[in-house]
Design a protein around this ligand. Structure first.
Ligand code: UDP
Length: 425
């Protein structure tokens, strides 16, 4: 049969995950065939959640589930409040006024009225649609999947949001250490990338050259790149300062490629704040082009993700999959992705970033060694096949009527312990 171009068959994962894993996952999916799962997020585009859902829902469809993906509608006021909540979940202070709460809750109440979420399972992503649960007359289990860095949420913000979170049947966080004190069982699923997407598939040297040339990116000198939403947590300013310092010892070109997600009102301001730093060797680009992201991550001598907070760095996994030498900020999910000195470097300061950029630009052997280890670590841990299986296990655990056989691989939905890692006091 001719493979569908829109949705590469799941069987293609055999190449990277092995026949045994693919057969096991397909068998789990067969037991959930026809399951109606509705995902709700706040944007189809820009940022890691949209990236994951694009691939995840297609793979789940290919495996026989009726996976769907809807958006909450909101005014700029709403997204301004939700961005502040997002920042506060990552530890920034917030002035949580009654007006902000009213905008947040009323918009969700309107969405609850407008949306038809009758399914076998609803998965709500991130804080924007979180209060939907309070207003929707629900008929099935609901899961809240939080993708942000929950290392140290602002206490007032968390106390307010917890009221909604506790109404869910299960919570998914990106890392075990993000587990919160909740009345709801929690599991940790690290995000994953799709190796067959335009962003991640193999490109020929000619295709890479063509994409870079199309955007006027010079490749006469080694390229240092960061690909990120324009967001201050990604520290683009720190990248520029580190690059300038590194250039006291090595010659290179810096490319900051970014976008502004439709649910992020601060992005444009961050983008504009960088424009004065541009020069012949510092490019700040915004282009909606997955093939450019792919080409840049493949061509760059060094890929940075100098984040200050990062739930999980999809860009880190994407670059590592391409065998790039990656320097990541020592925070959140990046700590699980990069083993310092083995498959990349983690840095805690601009000075450290500058030193690592210089070291990597000057040493092709070091880049090759780290890059090879990086690719293998993504193959083993961060491909979509792993996330698909975790999701299936979770759905099965929440849908006993679909599970015909007891399955030892079903994850234990755990509550955070009263003390020890993950516990909050
Ligand atoms: N991205 C992109 N173009 C850009 C900037 C980012 O396609 O100009 C993509 C990037 O490749 C990745 C996602 O947006 O797939 C960002 O996910 P990540 O987890 O790194 O960060 P988030 O934006 O979710 O905080």
């Amino acid at each position: 049969m001719r493979p569908s171009l829109a949705c590469p068959p799941f069987a293609r994962y055999t190449e990277f995950a092995g026949e045994h894993a693919v057969a096991r996952i397909a068998a789990k999916a067969a037991r959930l065939a026809g399951l109606r799962v509705i995902n709700v997020s706040s944007t189809f585009y820009g940022g890691g959640v949209a990236e994951i859902l694009s691939s995840l829902t297609l793979v789940q469809r290919d495996l026989g589930l009726r996976a769907d993906w809807r958006l909450v509608q909101g005014s700029p006021d709403f997204f301004s409040v939700t961005k502040k909540l997002h920042n506060a979940l990552q530890g920034a202070p917030i002035d949580l006024t009654d007006l902000k709460k009213a905008i947040y809750e009323e918009t969700n109440a309107q969405n609850a009225l407008r949306m038809d979420l009758d399914a076998d399972l609803v998965v709500v992503h991130d804080p924007q649609p979180l209060p939907l649960i309070e207003r929707y007359r629900r008929t099935c289990p609901w899961v809240w999947h939080c993708h942000v860095d929950l290392t140290r949420p602002d206490p007032a913000c968390w106390a307010y949001l917890r009221r909604f979170v506790d109404q869910y049947d299960a919570v998914v966080v990106s890392l075990p250490e993000y587990a919160q004190e909740l009345d709801v069982p929690q599991v940790a699923f690290m995000p994953a990338i799709d190796p067959f997407s335009v962003k991640n598939r193999e490109l020929s040297p000619a295709e890479i050259r063509e994409r870079l040339a199309h955007y006027g990116i010079p490749d006469d000198l080694p390229i240092v790149a960061q690909v990120s939403r324009f967001d201050r947590w990604k520290d683009p300013q720190g990248v520029i300062v580190a690059f300038r310092r590194a250039c006291e010892d090595v010659d290179a070109t810096l490319v900051l490629l970014g976008n502004v997600a439709t649910d992020d009102p601060e992005g444009q301001e961050v983008f504009e704040s960088l424009l004065d730093s541009r020069d012949e060797r510092i490019l700040v680009l915004t282009a909606e082009d997955s093939a450019l992201v792919n080409a840049l991550q493949r061509r760059a001598a060094v890929v940075l993700q100098k984040s200050l907070r990062e739930g999980f760095g999809l860009t880190v996994a994407e670059a590592m999959w391409k065998g790039a030498a990656v320097i990541g900020g020592d925070c959140g999910g990046i700590r699980h992705q990069i083993e310092d000195g083995t498959n990349g470097f983690r840095v805690r300061s601009v000075e450290e970033a500058a030193r690592r950029i210089g070291e990597l630009v000057a040493d092709a052997d070091l880049r090759a060694r780290l890059g090879a280890a990086a690719r293998e670590s993504v193959r083993a841990r961060f491909l979509m096949s792993r996330l698909v299986e975790q999701e299936l296990d979770l759905y099965a655990a929440l849908q006993p009527r679909f599970v015909l056989h007891a399955d030892p691989a079903v994850p234990e939905l755990r509550r955070p312990p009263a003390s020890g890692p993950g516990a909050r006091t």
